[in-house]
Design a protein around this ligand. Structure first.
Ligand code: ADP
Length: 389
């Protein structure tokens, strides 16, 4: 199965045989011709090619050529789709109806849904006999009850305009909440799990019996926790106030909230990279220290609110570039839960790149690092649909 993850400026891809990843790679800068390149890691070698044609069909053709040259002929292609709204609570085989539904959510995911649908259409043209599957970032969160997904607006905004909380990173939350149970050899039924997906974008989910009951992102990915360049939740009056005072259009304020806020905006050194920010904080940079304080504090409050929402928690998982790699963040945030009996094994907490329990046997809550694998989730859903059809 070829799993394709089209982002706003890159395409991540991987080929799986069952759960085994036999190849993976990246097309970087899909909208900037000079620096566009393709990297593929296969059999311990890396193929690097600078691309001279930015057209998506040429990029996909190139990728397929390389797969065929290595005797890899996918049985199906799984596509990550950012927004499926309320139309999809599971992955599905792409039909004209599915494509129309993806179009319906263009305005809520302008940087993703159009390019992801284009990706599907290119693959259909290049591989006309191979089934295409749509795997939605929002689907896993569709099990949230109305009390968790409704905003306190007049009800008609929900019925007429579909305004509600959707949540994102669903493939990561689904993968991590399932995989941690396999890893610990436990049944997800009866378990309460919090997944902290912390990367450039960050979101938390609360999972009971393997089903999502709450998540921190909302109508769009800007809601929730302070992120790399996103503000996280703010009072909507801020948008109106900045628009009026700063002579900006609401769209411009929103672009600022998405692209120039968060860690980047607080630290003010032109970086949103957690490694830089942790280094700056170690060197005594006051705003880097503030940014980390804010992030840790917000994360603690969100985890706390999800523990209360579920009336308890059995497992807390950390994933995403920051969650998987920053032992400092995990240590600082989990220390805040010592009053609940959480105890971290600092040796285990130094782990990198592997599934790991980082709490001590005495800890009342099991704390784990589970590297996410969104492409595997896409491939597994795709394989399951192909088997059933
Ligand atoms: P995306 O949301 O774009 O998929 P990632 O999940 O790859 O992003 O996460 C990117 C973040 O992970 C960046 O802020 C980066 O600094 C952080 N990160 C990567 N490696 C480390 C590390 N060793 N220590 C701390 N943070 C790290």
């Amino acid at each position: 199965i070829l799993a394709l993850n089209f982002g706003s400026s890159s395409i991540k891809f991987a080929v799986f045989h069952g759960k085994e990843r036999i190849l993976h790679g990246l097309v970087q800068n899909t909208n900037a011709l000079e620096k566009q390149y393709l990297d593929i890691e296969f059999n311990d070698t890396v193929i690097h090619e600078n691309l001279t044609d930015i057209a998506l069909n040429q990029v996909i053709l190139k990728l397929i050529d390389i797969l065929h040259a290595n005797d890899i002929y996918p049985d199906g292609v799984g596509h990550r789709i950012l927004h499926g709204g309320e139309d999809f609570s599971a992955s599905c085989i792409v039909t004209e109806e599915v494509k129309n539904a993806i179009r319906k959510y263009y305005s809520l995911a302008p940087l993703h849904n159009p390019v992801q649908l284009h990706g599907i259409e290119v693959c259909e043209a290049v591989m006309p006999t191979i089934p295409q599957v749509a795997v939605f970032d929002t689907a896993f969160h569709q099990t949230m009850p109305p009390k968790a997904f409704m905003y306190g607006l007049p009800y008609e905004y929900y019925t007429d305009m579909g305004i509600r909380r959707f949540g994102f990173h669903g493939n990561s939350h689904k993968y991590v909440s399932r995989h941690v149970c396999d890893f610990l050899n436990i049944d997800p039924v009866g378990k309460k799990i919090i997944v902290c997906h912390l990367g450039n974008g960050s979101s938390l989910s609360a999972v009971v019996d393997g089903r999502c009951v709450d998540t921190s992102m909302g109508l769009s990915p800007v809601e929730g926790l302070l992120m790399g360049t996103r503000s996280g939740s703010i009072d909507p009056t801020v948008v109106q106030y900045i628009a009026n005072k700063g002579g900006m259009m609401p769209d411009q304020v929103l672009a600022m909230l998405n692209n120039h806020s968060g860690l980047l905006g607080i630290v003010g050194e032109g970086t949103s990279d957690m490694r830089d920010i942790e280094r700056l904080a170690d060197e005594g940079h006051e705003r880097a220290i503030l940014a980390l304080d804010m992030l840790y504090y917000q994360l603690k409050k969100l985890i706390g609110s999800f523990i209360v929402a579920m009336n308890g928690v059995d497992i807390i998982c950390f994933t995403g570039g920051i969650g998987q790699n920053s032992h400092k963040l995990r240590s600082a945030v989990m220390a805040e839960f010592d009053w609940l009996g959480v105890e971290i094994d600092e040796n285990a907490n130094r782990c990198k790149g592997t599934d790991m329990v980082i709490s001590t046997p005495k800890s009342t809550i099991r704390v784990c690092v589970i590297p996410t694998n969104e492409e595997l989730m896409i491939a597994l859903d795709t394989a399951e649909l192909l088997d059933n059809n």
